[in-house]
Design a protein around this ligand. Structure first.
Ligand SMILES: [Zn+2]
Length: 192
């Protein structure tokens, strides 16, 4: 991908991959779509290719992202859904036009109403968020156990005991932190 920008974290759930474009919300936050063309890149990678994106459309996308994050976090905690967040998700869902297309290979693709319509792509993401928050899909919304992350993620593991939003980043970091803490403890107890 393009140099000079943070990599994307790609998961298999569209809505939470999207909320993952801002990571470490409770630490040193990393913005992975800092400029409009990075949103274009992200949408392309996720099967929602658009030709262009304006700064205003990027603002809409980020507003949707934070609304999904807020609503998914509330859902994971079994708390009341925040009304403004629900409003934004519903506005984005209804204000886009995208159609599901079946490919000859039997795969589902999205067809947007026009190549420049970021709003159409956002409506697909909003609808995906609605389906997981509404509990329609097989899985469980949970919050990442990393204190600096706490991202909402969708656990589709058989046991529903996944602890981290992403095994390669948060999971590894926690493991390393635990390993270092153990090492220190061992060193301390080894001293005479
Ligand atoms: Zn995490």
């Amino acid at each position: 991908m393009r140099a000079g920008f943070p990599d994307f974290r790609l998961g298999n759930v569209l809505a939470t991959s999207f909320t993952g474009t801002l990571s470490e919300r409770h630490g040193n936050a990393v913005e992975r779509i800092p400029v409009p063309h990075r949103l274009v890149d992200w949408l392309t990678v996720n099967g929602l290719a658009v030709d262009s994106c304006t700064p205003a459309q990027l603002d809409l996308a980020r507003e949707l992202r934070e609304s999904i994050h807020a609503a998914a976090t509330a859902a994971a905690l079994q708390a009341t859904l925040p009304v403004p967040a629900v409003q934004v998700i519903n506005d984005r869902s209804t204000q886009g036009r995208a159609a599901a297309i079946l490919t000859p290979e039997g795969k589902r693709q999205w067809r947007l109403s026009s190549a420049s319509c970021v709003e159409d792509a956002l409506s697909v993401i909003a609808a995906d968020a609605i389906s997981i928050i509404a509990g329609e899909r097989d899985g469980r919304l949970a919050l990442c156990a990393s204190p600096t992350c706490q991202a909402a993620f969708f656990d589709t593991s058989q046991s529903r005991t996944r602890k981290w939003c992403d095994m390669n980043t948060c999971g590894n970091r926690q493991k390393k932190a635990r390993f270092n803490a153990n090492q220190r403890a061992t060193l301390r107890s080894a001293k005479p």
